[in-house]
Write a protein that binds this ligand. Structure first.
Ligand code: HEC
Length: 186
């Protein structure tokens, strides 16, 4: 009996994980290959891959805070196989922060009025190579930028070449800066 319950739970959790990833192409990408921002990602089983800051090299003043997230199922699968599974979403949120140190604690003050989001969607099937949106799909990923996560339906899709220009140095690690996000290392 115990064994049966355990097996059922295992199967259930595996199918929930698989569901989470297969939902990507019904919830966040439409048939034409338009990517929409996964607004509820924090409530939807995403895990934090890490954060980093960007500072002005002269003054040391921090002006960007970047944080990246992915579905738990995607990370578990990647940790096992070294491949990001189909349907993986990698969400990077860029916050503009003011680098002024507060007198008391040295904390930086966050200005969260407008966050920018970058989203990569894993596509192992080359689904959109003939679609009208083929400019944002390529090299195993869909590439999208959202200028204001509070209005996530306003999708300012950029051409993938714009993204890939900067991601090219990390082609060997599936175009991802795994060195910057230690959770992505295996
Ligand atoms: C000016 C260079 C530049 C451009 C343009 C750029 N990126 Fe990046 N991107 C980076 C760097 C550097 C990192 C790693 C550091 C960080 O996250 O801040 C990164 C990180 C990311 C991450 C987090 C995962 C990872 O690779 O570490 C995602 C997701 C991402 N970018 C998506 C995109 C998408 C989608 C576009 C185009 C719409 C894009 N980027 C355009 C430089 C760029």
């Amino acid at each position: 009996m115990k064994y049966l319950i355990y097996t059922t739970l295992m199967l259930l959790s595996l199918s929930i994980q698989a569901d989470e990833l297969s939902q990507t192409y019904s919830k966040h990408v439409d048939r034409q290959g338009n990517i929409t921002f996964p607004t509820d990602f924090l409530m939807d089983g995403f895990v934090h891959l890490g954060s980093n800051t960007v500072a002005n090299p002269e003054t040391g003043e921090i002006f960007n805070l970047n944080s990246s997230y992915t579905q738990k199922a995607a990370l578990v699968s990647y940790q096992k196989t070294g491949e990001w599974p189909d349907g993986t979403l990698i969400v990077k949120i860029l916050k503009f922060v003011s680098g002024k140190k507060s007198l008391l604690s040295g904390q930086v003050q966050h200005q969260t009025s407008q966050d920018i989001a970058f989203v990569m969607v894993k596509d192992t099937e080359n689904r959109f190579q003939h679609s009208s949106n083929k400019a944002i799909w390529g090299n195993g990923w869909g590439w999208a930028q959202f200028t204001d996560v509070k209005q996530p339906t306003v999708n300012t899709n950029q051409d993938k070449n714009y993204c890939q220009g900067c991601h090219l140095p990390r082609k060997q690690t599936d175009w991802l800066y795994t060195d910057i996000y230690p959770q992505m290392q295996r």
